[in-house]
Design a protein. Structure first.
Length: 337
């Protein structure tokens, strides 16, 4: 009796095992697996709507040989922003347990210019590395500016007071502005051959930049390593372009530049939108500006009171409120005139 009752269960179990074996055999015969994850980056910078992304699975076992690509996916972002999901289908038979594998990602604009790329190793599949749900962190690629690029460096010499100087790169030359105490007028330094970094010099001065630092030498005296002040450089660049008020804010990120009597440039939503309005009207008592187009109204209110950027902690002398149609943007600013 018991044997007869158990027989149907045993038969069902046998059929189940047979089904599982057939499915497993089918997967093994197909010989493919999927590696998925997301492309991400930290800065709040919007991608162009026509950006394209690519992800590659590579065998990176040989340090002295080019990586072998095992799988690749290319796709249009179509206005989507990070995180951007990806899915790579690869041949499982090509994976050797003793080899090292990694994924790489990049994002380019429609013209093929590289915008974001992988700068660190993202190991996968073997030697204890993850086999799925991969996060590929990208870094922004700094492209050479189309026009002049203005930087401010702060120097702290061992002997003497701290000071800052301004440089502007343009057409293979460097413009140099030094403090009045140097008694050296504006200099243009041609670029010279250098084993590393960018080196510019003439008979009066030398500037040798590497990353965010620069070595300054004037009249044979070395002033050591000077550090770039990016925020000050952006303001100085604006001043040299004739901007009289520059303001910034967060959540969402925005930048306002007013060229008195000429135009207001308002870049907002982390750079995704930009508005250019001509001939702004100055409000009474230096209280701000007003401008309009056929589609938008913009008013800038400026009050002279201490303002601290809520992300960087930098302090500014003015509090600025930008009202675009019915939307308000709060931030801090500096007058450059």
């Amino acid at each position: 009796m018991h044997t007869l009752r158990l027989a149907p269960l045993a038969l069902l179990f046998a059929f189940t095992l047979a089904g599982c074996s057939e499915e497993q055999a089918a997967n093994e015969q197909a010989g493919t697996a999927t590696l998925s994850g997301n492309l991400v980056y930290l800065p709040r910078i919007a991608l162009p709507e026509d950006a394209r992304a690519s992800v590659r699975l590579e065998d990176v076992s040989l340090a002295d040989a080019p990586a072998e690509t095992l799988a690749e996916q290319n796709f249009a972002t179509e206005g989507r922003q990070v995180p951007l999901p990806f899915s790579l289908e690869y041949d499982t038979a090509a994976i050797e347990p003793s080899h090292r594998y990694a994924v790489r990602g990049e994002i380019r604009d429609a013209a093929g210019t590289l915008l974001w790329t992988t700068t660190e190793h993202h190991g996968v599949l073997t030697q204890g590395q993850p086999g799925d749900d991969i996060e590929i962190r990208l870094e922004q690629v700094e492209s050479a500016p189309a026009g002049p690029s203005t930087l401010v460096y702060r120097c702290t010499p061992q002997d003497g007071e701290p000071f800052e100087f301004v440089v502007q790169y343009h057409d293979g030359r460097l413009g140099l502005w030094l403090p009045d105490s140097f008694e050296l007028p504006y200099q243009e330094l041609p670029q010279v051959i250098s084993a590393s970094g960018a080196r510019f010099e003439n008979e009066q001065a030398r500037v040798w930049s590497k990353g965010d630092t620069a070595l300054l030498e004037v009249a044979g005296q070395d002033y050591g390593e000077c550090v770039e002040d990016r925020a000050a450089g952006l303001r100085e660049d604006a001043r040299l372009r004739g901007v009289t008020l520059r303001a910034t804010g967060n959540e969402p990120g925005w930048v306002l530049e007013v060229t008195a009597g000429q135009q207001i440039r308002f870049n907002y939503n982390y750079g995704a939108n930009e508005l250019l309005l001509p001939t702004p009207e100055a409000l009474p008592d230096d209280a701000g500006y007003r401008a309009a187009s056929a589609d938008h109204r913009l008013e800038v209110s400026v009050s002279q009171e201490r303002c601290q950027d809520d992300m960087s902690g930098e302090e500014f002398p003015y509090r600025v409120l930008v009202t675009l149609d019915d939307q308000q943007f709060r931030g801090c600013g500096t007058r450059l005139d």
